[in-house]
Ligand binder design. Structure first.
Ligand code: SF4
Length: 151
């Protein structure tokens, strides 16, 4: 676990064992995985937006999911498990719909497709490399997290 999203963060640098807020490591890891899946949805949704086929239900799911990862909002392990499963279904259904219309998603040619767009549930369940610290460069990491929390 590594979380530094709020002002309560341990020693002003990051909660690494358990959150000062009470969040446990398993929940923090699930939140990281959910956000990773949301990035995959965003990839296909941005293509769908260019073609005028974004669904409001997808956007609702993304907003609700992001909100659920905020400080003290939700510590339910089962909720995050369910959201990850649902998120992967949504992501894959957008991709299938786009490709059924002949729209290039890049997935079949693997050009510039980010890993969250193709990661499987099994890969995600064992991945230790999807959270904040997965980005080595401090500046890029900082900008990424700023964007995530800003959204
Ligand atoms: S949300 Fe909780 S775990 Fe994250 S930085 Fe704040 S106190 Fe720590």
């Amino acid at each position: 676990m590594f979380c530094f999203q709020c002002q309560e963060t341990s020693k002003g640098t990051g909660c690494t064992k358990a959150g000062v807020c009470g969040k446990q490591g398993n929940v923090a890891d699930l939140q990281d995985r959910l956000i990773y899946v949301l990035k995959g949805i965003a990839y296909y949704n941005s293509i769908a937006r260019k073609h005028g086929s974004v669904k409001s239900s997808t956007e609702r799911f993304m907003l609700d999911s992001l909100f659920s990862t905020l400080t003290n909002t939700n510590f339910s392990e089962s909720t995050f498990e369910e959201r990850i499963t649902e998120g992967i279904k949504i992501r894959d259904s957008i991709r299938t719909e786009l490709e059924s219309k002949g729209i290039d998603t890049g997935t079949n040619t693997n050009v510039n497709v980010p890993h969250p767009a193709t990661v499987t549930r099994d890969e995600l369940d064992v991945s230790e490399n999807v959270g904040v610290l997965a980005t080595d460069d401090e500046d890029i990491r900082s900008l990424r997290e700023l964007l995530t929390y800003g959204v």
